[in-house]
Design a protein around this ligand. Structure first.
Ligand code: GLY
Ligand code: MN
Length: 483
């Protein structure tokens, strides 16, 4: 694909990696069968996504199918579909309306819904309106209707009308049994899914290499963001989430791309592609705007890199990701202490939450069909368990995955260190953690920005494996790209 090991930075097509448009039929059948068995009884409803208007109905955002619908029914590129699984009868049905001749004239012929359904092992299809009747009948019969928490407003309005539930109550009325059963399946990535995630990381790698090779003082951030987006699409993919690319890396989800790169700054890029099967890569790299890191940038960069590499080396089944998060925090705090920016006992500092001045986010999250995988189902079910509850402490509270790891989990490892002037000022004025933070030294670091380094791993029986081909991350390898 594009930019592969191409030092010149010129666009070079190596090979198209777009192969099939879905997994084999039996995979979808097995997933649905397991879900029906796990639920035991009731009607399970999945609404596919619709087109989302940008400024008028016919001018739409890029279509993205719902991830649960993709997982269980596999049908992409077609709005206004719904699928039900009847856990009592074992019957699955796809609801949707066939294209009219007018649709075909404007958008071209497509396989029929029956043909698409057959590819995922569903033999019964009905017009979309029939779903209303089916749900009404199920309600009259007193059957349980299981639905996942809806997040698209049009689907919320539809569901509220069909089920007679106020829109504002829909999320709380979603089926917890269904949520748990979906998480139980989707959290363990199969070999086919892992192959797709390797591919997503390789696309994301191409994006990052292109940006790190192209970045120069005087450019606008949007010029580089455009290269990243273009590479994702040229690989046959799409962006998995809005690009974060900024000389203000200390702003964690910085989607503003209007700054000019200046000598002496760091450039933080957090972006990734999703493949045409919608599996997502989530990679962060930080490089200097100049060809070389400054001494100060090297110091912080190497502390973050050490935390990232040592976390990856430590991961294995049974380990709580909360413990990995806290270990990374302690390691980075020790590094900051060696630079004179923190003082005292770093175990105590991390237990108290003082490290969060510099590391105010979580170490990582699950990754899959979604960049924050299954976040629509609720982080308490995805990242936490009865044994591991969410912390209320600033910083650690943002950890999206805390529970014990299992083989087949795919997750991000993304430690970072940031100098956030507003937060430094607030904590300092409150006299917060003065025993651990050398505030007087920080005056000199206010414009440093931030460093984050992020890779994606799959947990194996023995430890973990970094997905995709290696992406430059040592100081030497990053500087070599910049030469
Ligand atoms: N890639 C953005 C995030 O993990 O939140
Ligand atoms: Mn991430």
């Amino acid at each position: 694909f594009l930019f592969e090991d191409d030092k010149s930075g010129s666009v070079r097509r190596v090979k198209s990696r777009v192969t099939s448009i879905m997994f084999s039929k039996d995979i979808y059948q097995q997933r649905r069968e397991k879900l029906r068995q796990d639920l035991g009884s009731g009607v399970i409803v999945f609404l596919g996504n619709n087109e989302a208007p940008m400024n008028y109905s016919a001018n739409t955002y890029h279509f993205r199918q719902d991830s649960n619908f993709l997982y269980f029914f596999g049908i992409d590129h077609q709005p206004a579909l719904a699928g039900i699984l009847d856990a009592d009868s074992g019957e699955d049905v796809i609801f949707g309306d066939e294209l009219t001749m007018e649709d075909i004239v404007w958008t071209g012929a497509q396989p029929t819904i029956a043909e698409r359904a057959d590819r995922v092992g569903v033999s019964k299809t009905l017009p979309y309106d029939e779903l209303t009747l089916l749900l009404k009948k199920a309600q009259e019969q007193g059957r349980t209707i299981h639905f996942p928490p809806p997040y698209r407003h049009d689907n919320m309005i539809l569901l509220a009308g069909w089920l007679g539930i106020p829109v504002g109550e829909l999320k709380s009325k979603a089926s917890v049994d269904l949520i748990k059963a979906i998480v139980a399946q989707r959290q363990h990535k199969s070999a086919e899914e892992i192959a797709e995630l390797d591919k997503a990381v390789d696309y994301s790698r191409a994006m990052h290499l292109a940006v790190m090779r192209a970045a120069k003082a005087g450019q606008k951030e949007y010029f580089l963001a455009g290269i990243a987006a273009g590479v994702a699409q040229s690989c046959g993919g799409e962006l998995g989430y809005p690009i974060i690319l900024s000389v203000n890396g200390q702003v964690l989800h910085n989607h503003f791309h209007g700054n000019t790169l200046r000598s002496g700054q760091l450039l933080l890029g957090d972006f990734g592609a999703e493949t045409h099967l919608h599996y997502c890569g989530d990679i962060t790299r930080t490089c200097p705007v100049d060809k070389k890191f400054t001494a100060r940038q090297r110091d912080i960069y190497n502390i973050v890199l050490d935390a990232e590499v040592s976390t990856i080396a430590s991961l294995k089944p049974g380990m709580k990701y909360l413990d990995a998060h806290l270990a990374a925090a302690r390691r980075m705090a020790e590094g900051l202490k060696s630079l004179g920016l923190m003082t005292g006992d770093m175990d105590e500092a991390v237990a108290a939450g003082a490290h969060a001045l510099f590391f105010p986010h979580g170490l990582g999250h699950m990754l899959g069909l979604d960049v924050h995988d299954m976040e629509d189902l609720g982080e308490q079910y995805v990242g936490y368990s009865d044994e591991v509850q969410r912390s209320t402490q600033f910083g650690t509270a943002y950890l999206r995955l805390a529970r014990a790891l299992e083989p087949g989990f795919v997750l991000t490892v993304e430690p970072g260190l940031y100098f956030i002037p507003e937060l430094i000022d607030q904590w300092r004025s409150e006299g917060k953690f003065t025993e651990f933070i050398a505030y007087e030294k920080l005056d000199d670091w206010r414009s440093f920005g931030g460093v984050r380094i992020e890779d994606n791993v799959v947990v194996t029986e023995a430890g973990c494996r970094v997905l995709g081909k290696a992406i430059a991350k040592t100081i030497e390898d990053v500087e070599a790209l910049r030469s």
